[in-house]
Design a protein around this ligand. Structure first.
Ligand code: HEC
Ligand code: HEC
Length: 397
């Protein structure tokens, strides 16, 4: 009896040890679609949402609740989505292996980073804040100044900018191809490919597949929109009504259900102390009227992503609401000629109304489809990671 027990204990020990000794060998890609997606006969995942049953945006009115969603990126297999998850969290994608996409787009911070401006691989501050990635599947333009038109084009920015992840296409390919576990996983996710080597398009494709699975459409606001009126409190309903009123006009730009109309707007946000004006979309479109124009950001999960605006000028939602209430162009530096959007006005909301707007924005939170952070990675590196001191130590060696 005792011997059998001892054997059992030993066997369990051997299993646990072998599992932790070679973690990468045990990684398998999921075969089922993420929650809220159904698997189609061709093996790809298809998003299922109540919004899919609404016919059109026409006639829904300003801030109408039962409107349909725009086209979105889909058609990815569960394996491609899951492979993208590993890549997204893996610092191996950066030069020297110190930061991952998740370092600046952290799942516990609404896929943003809690900083006014992000910190790149060399430890220096970037010019702008990291936007949330929730619902990026629906977006048509990327970056605050809308300079990328696809998620694939967007990825090239962080991967290869010397002050973000600092990698090169060759460097990335060499690293990823040298990791046996990635070679096996890419083969599973892209079974039809001809060669043995992982190629850049597969890396980009898997990252897009993962990002397109970050769906947030099941907040208390959504339940209200679908007809469960008890889902919002009295204060939140008051806030919604102010939000979509012709006085406050928030819904003209932050249009439901995505809470962005995907347009560029010049609204006159002040830059933080000591920073010169960011001309934003003027550069992208070579259009002086768009000076300091930025893409209207989504307000989904907005209470998770402070500080706010393209360069983190405001610490709280209350400060943002107060900014909109301050009178047309009140924060534009003297002598700077900005063509403010016509929906930026002077709503003269009371303190009570500003508080209700904040209450309402808090009802836009839904992280029920938040993906799991991998417990270990094919590269063997620590998921997420942003360890500057480690990186400096390594450079000294
Ligand atoms: C060093 C921090 C940092 C890292 C690392 C990083 N990002 Fe970002 N990301 C940002 C910042 C800052 C912006 C906004 C930049 C701008 O608009 O000029 C951004 C913008 C984006 C956007 C555009 C979102 C929108 O609404 O326009 C996407 C998508 C995105 N990043 C995905 C990724 C992916 C995928 C990776 C990994 C390959 C990654 N990011 C790595 C900081 C980072
Ligand atoms: C004319 C279009 C427009 C209107 C109207 C508008 N917004 Fe915005 N909103 C924007 C743009 C553009 C930004 C980004 C500006 C920047 O970063 O400089 C923004 C940013 C925000 C942000 C910060 C988002 C983030 O991720 O940092 C919040 C919160 C917000 N708006 C709430 C509101 C509220 C509440 C109202 C109504 C009182 C409102 N907006 C009205 C266009 C608009």
């Amino acid at each position: 009896m005792f011997i059998r027990l001892l054997a059992l204990i030993l066997l369990t020990l051997v299993f646990t040890l072998s599992a932790s000794a070679s973690p990468s060998a045990t990684i398998m890609l999921r075969e089922s679609c993420p929650p809220s997606f159904e698997k189609m006969s061709d093996g790809t995942c298809n998003l299922v949402t109540v919004y899919g049953f609404y016919e059109s945006v026409q006639g829904a009115g300003l801030g109408g609740t039962q409107t349909s969603l725009p086209q979105h990126r889909d058609g990815f297999t569960p394996q491609q989505i899951d492979l993208g998850r590993y890549l997204f969290f893996d610092p191996a994608l950066s030069k020297g292996g110190s930061i991952s996409c998740a370092s600046c787009h952290h799942p516990d911070r609404g896929f943003s980073d809690g900083l006014p401006r992000s910190i790149g691989i060399e430890g220096e501050q970037l010019a702008r804040a990291a936007p949330s990635l929730w619902n990026v599947a629906f977006l048509k333009k990327f970056f605050w100044d809308a300079h990328a038109e696809t998620l694939e084009a967007q990825i090239l920015g962080p991967l290869y900018a010397s002050n973000e992840m600092g990698n090169t296409p060759d460097g990335l390919l060499t690293t990823i191809n040298e990791i046996p576990s990635y070679r096996a996983l890419f083969k599973t996710a892209y079974p039809e490919r001809k060669g043995e080597r992982i190629v850049l398009d597969e890396i980009y494709h898997a990252l897009v597949a993962f990002q397109a699975s970050l769906i947030s459409l099941n907040s208390r606001y959504d339940r209200y929109a679908h007809g469960f009126h008890a889902a919002l409190s009295k204060h939140e309903v008051e806030g919604l009504n102010i939000f979509r009123s012709f006085v406050a006009r928030c819904a003209e730009c932050h249009t439901p259900p995505l809470f962005t109309n995907q347009q560029i707007a010049v609204i006159g946000v002040p830059e933080p102390e000591g920073m010169t004006i960011d001309i934003g979309a003027q550069e992208t479109f070579e259009e002086p009227r768009l000076k300091a124009g930025f893409k209207v950001p989504t307000l989904r999960n907005i209470d998770r992503t402070a500080p706010y605006m393209h360069s983190g000028s405001f610490d709280s939602l209350h400060a943002v609401a107060t900014f909109y209430n301050g009178g047309r162009g009140h924060a534009v530096p003297e002598g700077l000629d900005l063509k403010l959007h016509w929906h930026i006005s002077s709503p003269d909301l009371t303190d009570y109304e500003l508080d209700r707007l904040v209450d309402f924005m808090g009802a836009l939170t839904d992280e029920s489809l938040k993906p799991q952070t991998p417990s270990h990675l094919p590269s063997g590196l620590t998921p997420i990671s942003h360890n500057m001191s480690k990186r400096r130590q390594r450079e000294k060696q």
